[in-house]
Design a protein around this ligand. Structure first.
Ligand code: CNA
Length: 240
């Protein structure tokens, strides 16, 4: 492992335009469950499979059930950025990291100080009335009961991309643009099984593709360096 850490250090020190592509595994060290790990949400028992609850049609037909699951499992308002979030924010400030492309919806990269964050799946911190588009913050959702409603009577929906919904075009364009001009792409904390998000890493044309993930991924054989470990601990151990 020491050899791999040394190799990663030398890659990072030689890079000027790093892009970090991450997923739910980036926030497990902050105490937020991911979906597909052994202790992830998909291995727990609910009345409906989480994939179904987090779909657009479920939200439309059973908004009460949706919000029960969502408040309990997707809103983790006490979570704090971990060493992965903090290291990436520092690298951006130091001028070696171009941006973070994330599938996460928890806002922890921005909480750590990262500025250029492409949120492919939106954020729990933003919520809108489906009728008049008025903005509501996350505390409003957390403190409301049942299906949160706007003053105008419309239903409020989190600004997160549910299954069956398209990704925001402007965010995807910027993410793909950054990935295509990166000299190093670090992919971490993602099973790379959720599409189309996982497909955007194919736009990488740079020198070093690094994969840091606890479990194996379908992309391991494409990477120059693969580290099967916790991303927060790995990044912090570099002391860069
Ligand atoms: P996933 O499919 O649950 O995969 C997570 C991956 O991370 C697994 O392969 C794990 O092995 C790995 N992993 C877990 N902890 C660590 C760690 N500490 N260090 C390194 N690797 C780790 O999650 P994906 O992100 O691939 O799937 C995309 C979904 C998950 C997106 O739609 C997200 O919105 C959604 N999600 C987000 C959050 C969040 O915002 N924090 C939480 C749960 C799910």
């Amino acid at each position: 492992m020491t050899d791999k850490i040394e190799e990663l250090r030398s890659i990072i020190e030689g890079s000027k335009r790093i892009v970090f592509f991450g997923g739910a595994g980036v926030s497990t060290e902050s105490g937020i469950s991911d979906f597909r790990s052994q202790d992830g949400l998909y291995h727990q028992k609910y009345d409906y499979p989480p994939e179904e609850i987090l779909s657009h049609s479920f939200f439309v037909h059973k908004p009460g059930e949706f919000y029960r699951f969502y408040r309990e499992k997707m809103l983790c308002l006490t979570a704090k950025p971990n060493k992965a979030h903090l290291t990436l924010a520092k690298w951006e400030k130091d001028g070696r990291l171009l941006s973070v492309v994330t599938q996460n919806i928890d806002g922890l990269h921005q909480a750590a100080g990262s500025k250029r964050v492409h949120e492919l799946h939106g954020s729990v911190l933003r919520n809108y009335c489906m009728k008049c588009h008025r903005f509501y913050d996350v505390d409003f959702i957390a403190e409301s009961e049942g299906v949160p409603q706007c003053e105008c009577g419309g239903i409020i929906k989190p600004d997160v991309v549910l299954y069956e919904e398209p990704l925001p075009t402007d965010v995807v364009e910027e993410a793909v643009y950054d990935i295509s001009r990166a000299d190093t792409l670090i992919i971490a904390g993602t099973s790379l099984t959720v599409y189309p998000a996982a497909s955007y890493i194919r736009y990488f044309r740079g020198n070093h593709l690094v994969l840091i993930n606890r479990d194996e991924t379908p992309y391991d054989s494409h990477a120059d360096l693969v580290i099967h470990d916790k991303v927060g601990e790995v990044l912090a151990s570099l002391h860069i």
